[in-house]
Design a protein around this ligand. Structure first.
Ligand code: TXA
Ligand code: MG
Length: 315
């Protein structure tokens, strides 16, 4: 732990466990350190980072003109898988925000990282600890395999309990909007705020399918079909000579000769195991992963979002 603080203080990179996915952390106040994150990930500088803080009070210093919804959501969901986008204070530099006037803040719910944040007494900027566009890591081993020596220290906090990234809510408009569905369900946000909460793309113009950018993508191709079509589609692709795996719960029908990567029936379980399943299917050398989208209830919304982006055409 003290080594992690030392690495952060001298501008190094520490991979940190969170309840969602592992993050690639650096001192959020050190521009050079923050730039190392972008270099290690191969991430475009225009993609801003989330600043992780020890508690609500520390987070408040990074924002200004905070709306009352900030207090309401922070009090209920932090520490937890929720990221709040607010107008930035002078603490948030262009390196972290990509030059935007806003900053994304979160208090993660993992004992090791909370301990580190308290000991460090600063903000830790951290994106998911994977190469840009790839599947996020949910174990320390995933980080080791993916980033190797590009990271100075990896804190092993075991497998992530939630398994998909935090829900990002934009609080800079009169209506809170979900920029990315994640570990806090839309239903819970609606319940706590007492009003409808829209997804950002519902609030803006209709999004053309081609605008869906590839992200969270394994090496294998990803094909999404209706649950009832899993069986026939798998059979067809196998007949084409492809190495096919079906990502599906035990109750879905899958041809005997086709590999089933079993995921739990419930959305929370699916979310928890999604990324690790995609990684092991890549390791086993499958060409194609066929999956059915879960419905939008609870964490199903986040799982759908990740699968849709994993299946998007790759540039
Ligand atoms: O669960 C998580 O959120 C994980 C863990 C490590 O905390 N982090 C994570 O970071 O998923 P990353 O960098 O992979 O995704 C952060 C997302 C990006 O899509 C980025 O565009 C968005 O947050 N973001 C960051 N700052 C923003 C801002 N000021 N306005 C809008 N979006 C922002
Ligand atoms: Mg990411």
């Amino acid at each position: 732990m003290s080594e992690a603080v030392t690495v952060l203080r001298r501008g190094g990179l520490v991979a940190v466990p969170t309840e969602t996915v592992y993050g690639l952390g650096a001192d959020a106040s050190n521009e050079l350190a923050v730039r190392r994150i972008f270099a290690a990930k191969g991430r475009p500088l225009s993609h801003p980072l989330i600043v992780h803080l020890a508690d609500v009070q520390a987070a408040k210093a990074w924002g200004r003109e905070l709306p009352t919804t900030f207090d309401t959501l922070a009090r209920i969901f932090w520490p937890g898988p929720l990221t709040l986008v607010v107008h930035r204070s002078a603490l948030a530099t262009d390196a972290v925000t990509g030059g935007q006037p806003t900053v994304a803040l979160r208090v993660p719910d993992h004992p090791l990282t909370l301990e580190l944040l308290h000991a460090f007494r600063g903000g830790i900027a951290a994106p998911s600890a994977n190469r840009f566009g790839k599947v996020s890591p949910t174990t320390a081993e995933h980080v080791r395999q993916e980033l190797g020596t590009d990271v100075d220290l990896i804190l092993d906090g075991g497998p992530c309990a939630v398994g998909v990234e935090s829900t990002i809510v934009d609080l800079t408009h009169p209506e809170p909007r979900i920029l990315r569905p994640g570990g806090v369900s839309r239903e819970d946000l609606v319940r706590v705020l007492g009003r409808p909460v829209r997804l950002a793309h519902e609030a803006s113009d209709v999004r053309a399918p081609g605008m869906l950018e590839s992200h969270y993508a394994p090496r294998a191709g990803v094909l999404l079909v209706e649950r009832a079509a899993l069986y026939d589609e798998a059979q067809k692709r196998v007949a084409e000579g492809k190495r096919v795996a079906v990502l599906a719960p035990a109750t879905a029908r899958v041809p005997v000769k086709v590999h089933r990567a079993e995921v739990p029936e419930d959305a929370e379980g699916f979310a928890r195991e999604l990324y690790a399943s995609l990684r092991s299917l890549d390791a086993e050398g499958f060409d194609l992963v066929i999956a059915a989208l879960p419905d939008e209830k609870g964490l199903g919304l986040a799982v759908r979002d990740r699968l849709l982006k994993a299946a998007a055409p790759r540039g």
